[in-house]
Design a protein around this ligand. Structure first.
Ligand code: ZN
Length: 158
């Protein structure tokens, strides 16, 4: 029953992706790939006042990789960077089976927990999140972005 629900959520995001598209410049552009499955995810975003402003994804691949990207876009929009880093770690722990999702807190993302039973699909589910991590590293490395408020909290999450 739970599995059917999870599957429904994943298929819904795959068929009706949220935030699919690209952004005008200026933007952070990051590409990620999972050669094991042939998945590609491109994330484009802008950071404004220490928060994720506009964010879009594009790419192609299996339903899990694309649904995960759609869920990511929906989940991180408007969040502060420390909140996003915390969420990324929660998603990894959930997908690896190290923690059980609280559906109230995680919303549709809870559906990704079902992937833990299919180890070969774990990389599909985490691909968009790794790509977002890389994108945020690029942002942190850029002197034009003021990310000073990130330093304290990101350390404590490790
Ligand atoms: Zn895949």
């Amino acid at each position: 029953m739970i599995d059917e629900l999870y599957q429904e959520i994943i298929l819904d995001h795959y068929r009706h992706p949220r935030g699919r598209g690209t952004l005008e410049e200026p933007k952070i552009h990051q590409e990620g790939a999972n050669p094991l499955c042939g998945d590609e995810v491109i994330i484009e975003l802008r950071i404004a006042d220490g928060r994720i402003g506009d964010i879009r994804f594009s790419g192609r691949g299996c339903s899990i990789s694309q649904a995960s990207a759609s869920m990511l876009v929906e989940a991180v929009q408007g969040k502060t960077l420390p909140e996003v880093h915390a969420l990324i770690q929660k998603v990894y722990a959930m997908i690896r089976g190290e923690s059980h999702p609280d559906p109230e807190e995680m919303g549709d993302l809870s559906a990704l927990a079902g992937v833990r039973r299919f180890p070969v699909r774990v990389k599909c589910a985490t691909l968009p999140w790794h790509t977002l991590e890389e994108a945020l590293k690029t942002a942190t490395a850029s002197p034009s972005e003021n990310l000073s408020d990130l330093s304290d909290s990101s350390e404590s999450l490790k």
